[in-house]
Design a protein around this ligand. Sequence first.
Ligand code: NAP
Length: 290
Amino acid sequence: MKNLFHTNTKIIGLLGHPIKHSFSPFIHNLACQILELDYVYLPLDVMSSSLKNALKGIVALNIKGFNVTIPHKEKMLSYVHQSSEEATICGAVNTVVNDMGKLYGYNTDVYGILETLLPYKDEIINNEVTLFGAGGAARSVIYTLARHFRPSRINIVNRTEQRAETLKEYFNEKMKYDNFMAYELFPHGLLEVLRGSKLIINATSVGMYPEIDDTIISLSNAFQKDQIVFDLVYNPPKSQLLKIAESEGAVTLNGIKMLVYQGAKSFELWTGQEMPVDKVMTGLENYISI
Ligand code: NAP
């Protein structure tokens, strides 16, 4: 990678803690390199106790924008001057634009999920979806489904059932969409729920590197030929869950497209340029498989 920064090189970055396993620096610096943009994307490893000071520093240093990750996504909502509808309803900001000291918050995960699922829109509308997880990513999934796909029902399954219940009530009120069911992990009868679902989504961290042999669904014959199984996990690209789903005939989608497209939207907000997503996706796939 060409590494020639100038006195007017613009700084963007990733704010979170820990961030050492993130692929975002790779994605954005590759895109800048391909487009020959004079930007550099830096890791900004900041703990919760330093968040407020870090934001003052970002403004003082005229850092143009940044991604936000664990554990600051929810907190960031209260620090931005304005937030998009997606960020406000999802309750999480993953992208901030610094416009001369005014911070604008966005949630581009929604865009990544939308791009991943759009090719299957006709199959999702008016059919059932089962979602595993009730954390930040699950919120973005629910928002996207309720806003853009209107499935006949969204079954939210979570280890801590109360969190699934909370999401059900929250989105019911916020989005005027009341076709939710909340379940704990694997109660009696969940197999039937899975078999009745056109789309199954894993938005838990189960199966993510380094725990690559774990899977959130270990029931046999849970999947079918006409089902779509979307695992938000992107490392490994083919999770244990996707391996099983594929062996049972389902169409499988990993989290790489979501990751690149959420990055593409952030990139556009900062630079005004379209990310060369195909080249970045190929580069990322090669990078992850090394
Ligand atoms: P989070 O807010 O920490 O939520 C984690 C979720 O996973 C919770 O629902 C949690 O259940 C569940 N969980 C964790 N360990 C579990 C276990 N051992 N058994 C069962 N459930 C378990 O995390 P997040 O930000 O939503 O991220 C979730 C996943 O999505 C991660 O793998 C992340 O990398 C991925 N992600 C991908 C993209 C992408 O672009 N592809 C973007 C964002 C996130 P409890 O509520 O019971 O704790």
